[in-house]
Design a protein around this ligand. Sequence first.
Ligand SMILES: O=C(O)c1cc(=O)[nH]c(=O)n1[C@@H]1O[C@H](COP(=O)(O)O)[C@@H](O)[C@H]1O
Length: 311
Amino acid sequence: MINKLVENIKKTGAPIVVGLDPMLNYIPKHVQEKAFAEYGETLEGAAEAIWQFNKEIVDKTYDLIPAVKPQIAMYEQFGIPGLTAFKKTVDYCKEKGLVVIGDIKRGDIGSTSAAYAAGHLGRVQVGSKSYVPFDEDFATVNPYLGSDGVNPFIDVCKEEKKGLFILVKTSNPSSGEFQDQLIDGRPLYELVGEKVAAWGADCMGDEYSYIGAVVGATYPEMGKALRKIMPKTYILVPGYGAQGGKGKDLVHFFNEDGLGAIVNSSRGIIAAYKQEKYAKYGEEAFGDASRAAVEDMVADIEGALNGSRKE
Ligand SMILES: O=C(O)c1cc(=O)[nH]c(=O)n1[C@@H]1O[C@H](COP(=O)(O)O)[C@@H](O)[C@H]1O
């Protein structure tokens, strides 16, 4: 799957991921009203609104982008209908040729991680039958329980040719509280970065490992250090846009080959129509606003990368 991700990035020239984090208050009124007319103001109605919203955004952007990242919490909060909308979204995006990163942030004791890995990236056995429950291409994993919480995910990735993005340095304001603690003079996130590189060395695709890392756009200096520690690791970089990250902050997350990083934006793309910059599209044409926001994000990152090459 890492080869397909790299291929999609080269084909589109867009090292970005559209984060499908559909909160109800981002979903335009007309989409909600239509869903509620059919299913009432119910969990099913919310799930239908989410699905229709996602579909429109995907239809308007899939030709420009390599991948999407549905964040499962936004679906799970609506219970079983929400999870059904998650699965419909995964399947639809794959039909459109997109790589799907399931943002599930799992990680537990070994036996529990094995169940998460089977459900999201692998298959489950029911009597004589085998099923592929969610079937994302990549999943995000929290490594802070240690190797036995991560290894079951790696095992499934090897069997199924899937991939992981393992949290190394997260984008949120409190991420330093634990992740930056010094151990023998070195921050914990660097030690985790080294471990991700070691796990990944055994899991190489053509150019990059299918064991990737997550490093927040909001910490560019740390991204620069981690890029050196993990040269063959693809870095998923959230925190662009709504959390304040800009193209110029991202330059050092990339390798000299212009690859090695993929930048996520969720609210900045899916709720673009709410920004003044894209207000001219209006609520009805929210998908067109998202498309314009994708084009602007790609241009911003490209501009920053080109600028840095000239320096
Ligand atoms: O794993 C992630 O994707 C992730 C890691 C991290 O450190 N920070 C972070 O924001 N994310 C996710 O990236 C998305 C960011 O959303 P926006 O801030 O709206 O672009 C959300 O789905 C977060 O859950």
